[in-house]
Design a protein around this ligand. Structure first.
Ligand code: BG6
Length: 476
């Protein structure tokens, strides 16, 4: 048996992408509520004029309704239990707890909702795994405060983290402070609540915002461990195994620098509790001046590092600085050069299970702390047959190969806590706002305009994943 007895098999979601009920029970607007649906979502957010205005005449806002998990969570969690989930990763919508973000008193209706979700998981013996902040800061903090580049946000996040950790620390052991914190390099809107009109495209602001997030993350670890030293509080990064285009040492160096700038920088600070040795060089390259760091910040980072590294893994990337004519491939933030040895998804994400084994060995070798794969999966168009079945063999194939790579890495000696494939139930895509980019074992009958019955049905992968969990990853 490769995977340990208490391995956390499960699935992952984020509040803004499935709950809907965006204005129910005192919830305020979040940045995700201001993101239009459709393939041009990232272009709109990245434009010079985007200022977080919501224009319902011009755009569809799929996150407003999501898959209505807010009202159907019992049905959804029952299906997770049927698959045999040992854990369920979800996030808490900050704007349900602090609707404007800057209040001092938490919204009891928001806390009560998550208490019900947690209790429903525990009823089935499913361990909740909570992301405190997953691309959904209160819109007011982005609009009126300019997002994470503003130091005041640290105190607001501290209030939020304190409210949820205090309320749930006896029921929830596993936490993560920020989703894909390093994605800000390409997605400052989602990750840091910053857009061009509030300086979001400036590297100086992105790095300053990161410093604030690092401090906030350490404060959450401090609060959590003071409440209960057994809590496991992790960071969460997006990791893309990065290959050199060829054996030209120039491309090898470019790969090394890209790893530092993208895969390592945030986790280096959050795991080791200090800025890495290459920080000054990185700042120089990016044109970043010394950051505003307050007294006590660095000591706090050192005293309260994270307990484990959570990461998402979808694809690998290729680093090339020598061949201007190299073929390229689309893909959300990692696009770039085409790898002739790999296939790509319908959205251009290059599929690379072997890259996951490399990722696991790399991260474990670098940090020597337990790892948790908290996102992985294939976004694909699914077809409902006339008899209602959905034969998603392509998804089974993707996941089986990635689980095999995990197994190989565990045999290599990597300490792996668990595996939560992304979007275990179909939900709204983060990068495109589409429903038709589906990841789930459970199909949800809704289109890109969030029209349809909303009914849930089991895909072929549902029974397959159930068998994988039952056999502890032995029968793929
Ligand atoms: C990760 C995010 O980047 O990838 C999720 O943490 C997201 O929020 C997932 O949904 C898949 O990306 P997408 O754009 O296909 O939804």
């Amino acid at each position: 048996m490769t995977f340990k007895q208490d391995f956390l098999w499960g699935g992952a979601t984020a509040a803004n992408q499935l709950e809907g009920a965006f204005d129910v029970a005192g919830k305020g607007l979040s940045v995700a509520d201001a993101m239009p649906g459709g393939k041009s979502r990232m272009q709109i957010l990245g434009s010079d004029t985007f200022d977080w205005s919501i224009d319902a005449d011009k755009y569809v806002y799929p996150n407003h309704k999501g898959i209505d998990h807010y009202h159907r969570f019992k049905e959804d969690i029952a299906l997770f239990a049927e698959m045999g989930f040992k854990c369920y990763r979800f996030s808490i919508a900050w704007s349900r707890i602090f609707p404007m973000g800057d209040e001092t008193k938490a919204n009891e209706a928001g806390l009560a909702f998550y208490e019900q979700v947690i209790d429903e998981c525990l009823k089935y013996g499913i361990e909740p795994v909570i992301t405190i902040s997953h691309y959904e800061m209160p819109l007011n903090l982005a609009k009126a405060y300019g997002g994470w580049k503003n130091r005041e946000i640290v105190g607001f996040y501290e209030n939020f983290a304190k409210a949820v950790l205090t309320r749930f620390h006896t029921k929830v052991k596993y936490w993560m402070t920020f989703n894909e914190i390093n994605s800000a390099i390409a997605l400052p809107a989602l990750s840091q609540g910053m857009v061009a009109t509030t300086g979001g495209e400036q590297q100086q602001n992105i790095f300053q915002a990161w410093h604030h997030q690092f401090v906030a993350s350490s404060l959450a670890v401090k609060i959590g461990h003071e409440l209960n030293p057994d809590l496991q509080i992790g960071c969460m990064i997006i990791y893309a195994t990065t290959y050199s285009y060829d054996s030209n040492p120039v491309n090898q160096v470019a790969t090394m620098l890209q790893n530092q700038a993208f895969n390592y920088f945030c986790a280096d600070v959050q795991v080791r509790g200090e800025y890495p040795a290459y920080t000054q060089k990185l700042f120089k390259e990016k044109g970043v001046s010394p950051l505003a760091i307050e007294d006590g910040d660095l000591a706090l980072l050192k005293a309260y590092p994270v307990d484990y590294v959570g990461f998402s893994y979808y694809m690998s990337a290729v680093q090339n600085v020598t061949d201007k004519d190299a073929d390229t491939v689309d893909g959300n933030i990692l696009g770039g050069v085409k790898n002739p040895f790999l296939e790509a998804s319908d959205w251009g994400w290059q599929i690379d299970p072997t890259g996951l084994r490399i990722a696991l060995n790399d991260l474990h070798g670098r940090y020597q702390v337990p790892l948790f794969i908290v996102e992985n999966g294939l976004g694909a168009y699914d077809k409902v047959e006339a008899d209602g079945t959905i034969n998603d063999d392509y998804r089974i194939d993707y996941l089986a190969k990635h689980i095999q790579a995990m197994s190989d890495a565990v045999e290599d000696g990597v300490e792996l806590m668990g595996y939560t494939p992304w979007g275990c139930i179909d939900l709204v895509s983060a990068s495109t706002g589409e429903m038709s980019k589906r990841y789930g074992f459970i199909y949800v009958d809704l289109d890109d305009n969030i029209e349809g019955t909303g009914n849930r049905s089991k895909k072929k992968s549902f029974e397959w994943y159930k068998k994988v969990i039952a056999t502890k990853g032995e029968d793929l």
